[in-house]
Design a protein around this ligand. Sequence first.
Ligand SMILES: [Zn+2]
Length: 321
Amino acid sequence: MSETGLPSFEGVDSQITCAVCGSALQRPMWTVRDTLMGSTEQYNIVRCPECGTLRMSPRPDFSERRSSFSDTYPLFDWALGRKRPQADQRIGRFTAQINEINHRQRPGRLLDVGCGDGFFMLGMQRRGWAVSGIELHEKVAAYAHDELGLDVRGGAEHEADWGGQYDCITLLGVIEDLDDPNACLQRCQEHLAESGLLVVQTHNIDCLEAKFFGPHWFNVEAPRHVWHFSPDTLARLLAGNGFRQEALLHYGAAYVTERSIENRRGKVFPSSPFDRVLRKALIAPAAKIMPKLGQGIMIESYSRKGGGKSAAVAAATGRQG
Ligand SMILES: [Zn+2]
């Protein structure tokens, strides 16, 4: 098909415009399934020919995507009692983020949007922060509230009360799930103190591993992930919402590589002595080396208020920046 012609996917919905540049144009990329949760439903991923952002189109209603964060979702294993949480170990997963934020910002009020079981918040609380969180899954939110004693509200970010002003707002693995990333970043503008820090972490669709695995890449994760950003498009998205990026960090994740191998070959990894050698000799070292080469599987933007709104955002929100 041509860039301006009708997409060849049946039912592709041109109403969902690109969150980064506002273009309605789309080029079909992949048809994918929810391999993580084992559904047979198929989803189309398209590419914006103007800026390169990938998006799901058509996009299932939020209610359907919300239900795909079901009780069996692996990230809820600790909150829902399938794994026994060891606080230090769970907090340890966020050591890099906790150190980085504290390096850049004095302790104050933190809002973690999409806080999951709350261990990142607990780690920040231990460093002197007054923490609040919003979590989509009600039982997971209840765990963070009841078991960890944290100020966590259940509900989607666009439904929940964000409260007042914060010195730091974190969106760790959230922006890619949202119907409207611009609306969420505008809420961040409203609730972030003038000298506050915004942290946005997402997967990097531009990394070599994503290119290698294509539709089999674990982080494609349909239907939960509906946006796929790169270092360039994430910075543009933030700039368009009046944020000035002061640093972009890259991270590796060996489990993403391993789950991608599973997706590609339809068989558990590791399942042979060769797999175990591959894991030790290639996958584990790559997760450490690739981020240093600007090829992180995950990217994390540290931004502050500054600059104006893009024309696309101003038009969408009906306000001038
Ligand atoms: Zn675009």
